[in-house]
Design a protein around this ligand. Structure first.
Ligand code: AMP
Ligand code: GLY
Length: 437
């Protein structure tokens, strides 16, 4: 099969790598890809020029390259309807339709659906005018979180310590429109929750829900969860906070009612449904839904997946996912991904900075360097080209060993202004040995 992965991040590099491991896969094109999406297992990975938002170009590429199967990585093309566009041309594609992708693309849609489906989530209020929002904030005594309704590259959520912060957040989202025009026409004001976070990815097709192994992301830019939120500075899997009983409860209280309610609304969900969960003292609550695999969660999760990924994703599209119930195989060893980011990220950052040490890390066993924001300069040298640059992902007998390996590999990489968190996976150490039972 000839497969096309759409996107250019660390998640897409990991997807391409895992798909290329499939015996049935002859070629994996990655459009537009990055400096790392070339070669890979069997030399099958090929970068190809593509604008993921230009659906006519995507259709043309599929025709010209005889693509048998498309996997869409990021949320923007999904929310804009890439799956509908490809399906109407009879191209097989993994991902939810535009209507179903609203679960991520509109926070108002997802929060009201959660309310209807009785899915546990923070209490909230929808506001469509800044003055109404300010009045509501003044009437609250709890700490609040302000969320833009629309997609804002992970930046449209502002966690506030006090009412002054919350009013400022309303101003930034609704009045100054810092996160984009129209993105903050409506906002969600919700109760701030406390606890550890969990990222759960589930493959969904028809009535079948197949949850992948749990992961924990590290959203804040600095150690100790300090500083502003990013797309994710590192992740590990399995998340030991997630006992089998807790995961079962989340299946029953979150995934099943959400998928059923979407079906009842005649918007069946097909693809990967990502639930961001806060483990609160009262029980798990949903922070957000995403309509795609997580980045960087995908990197450690796929490093542990033993089952053929192409088989799994095809089963979703063909609505025969139940064939894999209780049959997905995992490496029991934990995996850790440490993100190396550009100076200034998640704010403004420079691009085009040379990256050194990639050849040394390529020789390491049990380590994968997934590229994210990288490209090649005019001399063919790998340079930075984004906020999150590389995801160093390692597997080990214990979480401690996986951590050590990932950080040893990271220490071989150098680029000016490189920043990383030094505490990825530390919470798992506090929880247990890191070995799954
Ligand atoms: P979201 O895009 O809604 O997941 O928000 C991004 C991040 O903001 C989450 O991963 C949390 O770290 C944080 N966050 C969102 N909602 C809340 C909340 N109600 N309470 C505390 N933190 C939150
Ligand atoms: N790592 C968070 C996300 O993919 O949304």
């Amino acid at each position: 099969m000839r497969v096309l992965v759409i996107g250019r991040g660390g998640r897409e590099h990991a997807l391409a790598w895992k798909l290329a491991c499939s015996n049935r896969c002859k070629r994996v094109f990655v459009g537009p890809g990055n400096a790392g999406t070339i070669g890979g297992p069997g030399g099958k990975i090929v970068p190809i020029s593509l604008d993921p938002m230009d659906f006519a170009a995507c259709v043309r590429l599929c025709r010209n390259e005889n693509i048998d199967f498309v996997v869409v990585g990021p949320e923007d093309p999904l929310a804009a309807g890439i799956v509908d566009a490809l399906q109407s041309e009879k191209i097989r594609v993994f991902g939810p339709t535009k209507a179903a992708a609203q679960l991520e693309a509109s926070k108002v849609f997802s929060k009201t659906l959660m309310r209807e489906a009785l899915v546990p989530t923070a209490d909230f209020q929808v506001c469509d005018h800044p003055q109404i929002a300010r009045n509501y904030i003044d009437s609250q005594i709890e700490s609040l979180v302000i969320k833009a309704d629309g997609l804002a590259a992970g930046k449209g959520v502002i966690v506030c310590d006090n009412a002054e912060d919350a009013r400022r957040a309303v101003d930034r989202i609704m009045v100054r429109e810092e996160f984009g025009q129209g993105v903050g026409r409506k906002i969600i004001i919700e109760r701030r929750l406390q606890g550890q976070e969990l990222s759960l990815l589930a493959l969904v097709s028809g009535r079948c829900i197949l949850r992948l192994e749990a992961a924990q992301d590290h959203k804040a830019v600095f150690d100790g969860d300090k500083g502003p939120n990013t797309g994710g500075m590192g992740a590990y899997s399995p998340a030991l906070q997630a006992s089998p009983e807790l995961l079962e409860k989340i299946d029953e209280e979150v995934f099943v009612p959400t998928v059923h309610t979407m079906k009842r609304r005649r918007i069946p969900y097909k693809g990967c449904l990502y639930a961001g969960i806060m483990l609160c003292p009262q029980g798990p609550k949903v922070l957000e839904f995403n309509c795609r695999l997580g980045d960087p969660e995908t990197q450690p999760v796929l490093m542990r997946l033993k089952t053929d990924l192409l088989d799994l994703l095809e089963a979703v599209v063909d609505e025969r996912l139940e064939e894999f119930a209780d049959r997905v195989e995992w490496d029991p060893r934990p995996s850790v991904c440490v993100v190396l980011a550009s100076q200034g990220y998640p704010g403004n950052y420079p691009k085009g900075i040379p990256i050194y040490g990639l050849a040394e890390t390529a020789k390491l066993q049990n380590v994968h360097v997934f590229h994210a924001g990288t490209s090649k300069d005019h001399r063919g040298e790998v340079v930075t080209d984004g906020g999150r640059v590389l995801g160093i992902t390692a597997i080990g007998d214990t979480i401690e060993m996986a951590r050590k390996r990932a950080y040893e590999a990271a220490s071989l990489i150098r680029f000016t202004g490189m920043q990383m968190r030094t505490d990825i996976g530390k919470k798992a150490l506090a929880t247990g040995t890191g070995r799954q039972t």
